[in-house]
Design a protein around this ligand. Structure first.
Ligand code: BGC
Length: 796
């Protein structure tokens, strides 16, 4: 068994028991073949298959790659594995600065953070004309929620629960970036995020692997199009591989401890979905995973990614992550750091310069093999060839601006924003009428708060472009006329005075209704933006309480890259909308939502905490041996029946709003869940699993949803299951399907989901994906906390 033996060499860091189990698992992988190809991504992720031609999976490109490889010297090979930042740095230090000479010597494979097309052509000309082999430079950038046309942040985009919007948005981003000469984005971030303290929750699709997988695939399809060499395609990079979102205490870059069960069922699936969708690249993460930094982890980088998933693209390290192996404590010098990252499977070194400084010597001394080097270089060249860079290395500088800010791109950004808003609360006032949508008679609106008339959340490429975004106040003034809209900053995001608050209170008193725009500045989420306090920053809470104290109707628009803990607001403010960071069309999207031109349909992709002490908080948790269930946790700690449960003595267990929750200006009622079969067989499910994708449904589940309100509305209908009695404890609920339906007032619509064999597979106590005998609960529900379950059973 040479294959198994060589795999096991990479696992010396695993405990003995795990190694034994792993060995068994490899046998089963060899035997079952298709099981891992099915994975856990669920039905949605499977609908995407790698494009047969024009992507990195296209084997017809390999001959060209080999032809180039054969002509390369050791120095040139290493050069392809070296990347530097040549513009605005997005991390500490930039490696070095003599890029022009290095490119001429074939010592650089990729540059990033260069945004000016003229600069891009300048560097490219050196590569194409002065370097010996004329291998083009691959230019990258963090194109995360748009290049210039700014879309909602990824957390907002995911809140649409609409992969097709994500695909279209990322296609616009690709079109704009490619026209500028950038052919590689470090996106999508597909890290599962269960802790709102972690600022990078803003950059991902939330806490669920099923939804996260659907979004990961959608981003890849959008960026890469049907062919990577199309003029409007760019290479995607799924990041940060892997487990980065599980940073302990939500502190960015912190260590992670993730069991293989949790890794396989929760953290890996979105990466798998990105790979299946054909992503050209992956980025290895900063974090250590069970003691082994992700940038030197042969288990995740070689065993899982290359051997099990068959990934043929490029793995780039995160910013200086190779150098950071030293402070991590697994290398005492740069040469060791470079060797460990390289042999673990990191192809390209972002910024640290340690591959440039050490790899040739590492190869010469036999600490890494020529075959390993060639394979890494192949991964880089394959992406460059697939992108058509050899044929079209230059960007048309004159044409570049023409791709930007197309009216239809801005219209799409507005639709995406409108669909990303989550209506958290819309209480009825006197007369039983909800505050939102606003009636046209609200002639005098006070827009109060630091984010009411000043919105900027522009992506990196759009320096100053935030100025293009229309604010809420400006959009309202356009609709109603300037004289009907008064503006008061109240306080800044982090600062403010009592006098400013008093002035805002006077303004509120004169208005019919107040729009209060509060929350976080864009730089308070994202990288290096962990927060230990999740309330409103600065003096915004004081402003909120003062304005609500006027007795005027208040609508709170929350701008943030994460859920904020605002129990006072949810108790005292009649209407609250989570707007995230909505992008270039923030103002009009909010204005149209306030007046009911748009009926909110976004739903939460993260559990919204009541207090920071609940974090990490996620709906798909295990049950514990002492679940609190429906117990009233407001009973005093002296109450024995409720005391010895898995609970807090000073906070509820439940979130403020559950995963999947979102309101509407209409109302929906759900019928019961009916299922097509009460009994399944584990053997038959496992046969289906090993047969691979495209298997018929093992069970269907159906319900009827009725629009019981007076407005047309869109509803994201969700399918969850729970498995009980399995070899390994499984979550209380797991999302396995979702669908958005439009329903007219009074109309009822049937919604049917198919559950396939892989939807019942778990990572079991034999460390393999398989279905097991179990009891099953199946819910079709409006969110992760409601609905009535249908019961079924999986027999042997
Ligand atoms: C971030 C990555 C990013 C890279 C390049 C790092 O600090 O973690 O997500 O792609 O910088 O800007």
């Amino acid at each position: 068994m040479p294959f198994i033996a060589s795999c096991m060499r990479n696992h010396s860091w695993l405990p003995e028991r795990t190694r034994a189990v792993l060995l068994r698992k490899m046998f089963s992988i060899l035997l079952l073949g298709g099981i891992c190809a099915v994975g856990f991504g669920g039905a949605l992720a499977q609908t995407t298959s790698p494009s047969p031609r024009g992507g990195i999976a296209d084997k017809t490109l390999d001959a060209r790659v080999e032809a180039i490889l054969q002509r390369m010297t050791l120095q040139e090979k290493v050069g392809q594995l070296v990347q530097y930042s040549a513009g605005q740095p997005t991390g500490p230090g930039t490696g070095r600065t003599d890029y022009e000479d290095m490119i001429a010597r074939g010592q650089i494979g990729s540059l990033f953070n260069v945004i000016d097309p003229h600069e891009i052509n300048k560097y490219q000309k050196i590569a194409m004309e002065k370097s010996r082999l004329h291998i083009p430079i691959l230019f990258g950038l963090d194109v995360i929620h748009g290049f210039k046309t700014e879309f909602p942040i990824p957390l907002g985009l995911a809140s649409t629960w609409d992969p097709s919007i994500v695909e279209k948005a990322s296609h616009v981003a690709a079109m704009e970036a490619a026209a500028d000469g950038i052919r590689w984005t470090f996106s999508p971030m597909v890290d599962i995020a269960r802790d709102a303290r972690w600022g990078r929750m803003a950059e991902g699709a939330g806490e669920d692997p099923f939804l996260g997988s659907a979004m990961a695939a959608a981003y890849v399809r959008g960026y890469q199009g049907s062919r990577l060499d199309a003029a409007d395609s760019i290479a995607a990079c799924a990041k940060h591989y892997v487990g980065y979102g599980a940073a302990e205490a939500g502190r960015d870059y912190n260590s992670t401890e993730i069991s293989e069960h949790t890794l396989r069922q929760f953290y890996l699936p979105p990466f798998r979905a990105a790979v299946d969708a054909g992503t050209a690249s992956l980025m290895s993460a900063f974090n250590s995973l069970n003691g082994v930094p992700s940038t030197a982890n042969p288990f995740t980088l070689k065993q899982v990614l290359r051997k099990e998933w068959g990934f043929r693209g490029l793995v780039v390290s995160d910013w200086n992550a190779v150098g950071e192996l030293i402070p991590h404590g697994i290398a005492n010098d740069g040469a060791t750091a470079a060797r460990k990252a390289f042999v673990a499977g990191v192809d390209m070194d972002m910024v640290s310069s340690l591959y440039h400084d050490n790899l040739q010597q590492i190869l010469r001394s036999g600490q890494a093999t020529q075959a390993e080097l060639d394979e890494a270089v192949r991964h880089v060249l394959r992406v460059k060839v697939a992108l058509g860079l050899f044929e079209h290395p230059y960007v048309d500088e004159a044409a570049a601006p023409k791709a930007l800010y197309h009216p239809e791109s801005i219209a799409l950004a507005q639709t995406a924003a409108e669909r990303s808003f989550v209506l958290l609360k819309n209480a009825s006032g006197a007369g039983g009428k909800a505050l939102l949508p606003l009636a046209c008679g609200n002639e005098n609106i006070a827009v109060i708060g630091p984010l009411g008339d000043n919105y900027s959340g522009a992506p990196q490429a759009d320096a100053g472009g935030g100025a293009r975004a229309t604010s809420v106040a400006a959009a309202l003034a356009q609709r109603l006329g300037e004289s009907h809209v008064s503006r008061f900053k109240g306080v800044g995001i982090l600062d403010g005075t009592d006098e400013e608050i008093a002035a805002a209170v006077v303004g509120a008193q004169k208005a019919d209704v107040v729009i209060l725009a509060l929350g976080e500045a864009p730089e308070m989420s994202g990288e290096a933006a962990s927060r230990a306090h999740l309330g409103l920053p600065g003096k915004q809470q004081a402003l909120l309480e003062a304005i609500v104290g006027t007795g005027k109707p208040v609508i709170l628009i929350l701008f943030s890259g994460r859920p904020l803990t605002l129990p006072w607001a949810f108790e005292h403010v009649p209407a609250v909308i989570a707007a995230w960071l909505p992008g270039i069309a923030a103002g009009p999207a909010i204005e149209r939502t306030l007046f009911g031109d748009v009926n909110p349909s976004g739903k939460l992709v993260v559990s919204w905490p009541r207090s920071v002490g609940q974090e990490p908080l996620y709906y798909n948790h295990l049950n514990t041996g002492r679940p609190a269930g429906d117990m009233d946790l407001t009973r005093p700690p002296s109450d024995v029946a409720s005391r010895y449960l898995s609970r807090y003595i000073d906070e509820q267990n439940t979130p403020q709003f559950p995963f999947g929750y979102g309101g509407s200006y209409t109302s929906f009622s759900y019928g019961g869940t009916t299922i097509s079969r009460q009994r399944l067989s584990a053997a038959a499910l496992n046969k289906g699993l090993s047969a691979g994708a495209g298997q018929p449904a093992a069970m269907t589940a159906e319900t009827e949803v009725t629009n019981t309100g007076s407005r047309p509305g869109e509803e994201v209908v969700q399918l969850y299951i729970q498995l009980l009695g399995t070899s390994v404890a499984e979550p209380v609920r797991m999302l396995k399907g979702f669908r958005t339906i439009s329903i007219a007032p009074g109309e009822a619509k049937k919604v049917k989901f198919e559950l396939r064999p892989q939807d019942f597979a778990i990572w079991n106590d034999h460390n393999q994906f398989a279905a097991e005998a179990a009891k099953i609960n199946v819910w079709i529900s409006p969110d992760s906390a409601h609905g009535s379950a249908a019961q079924a059973e999986i027999g042997p």
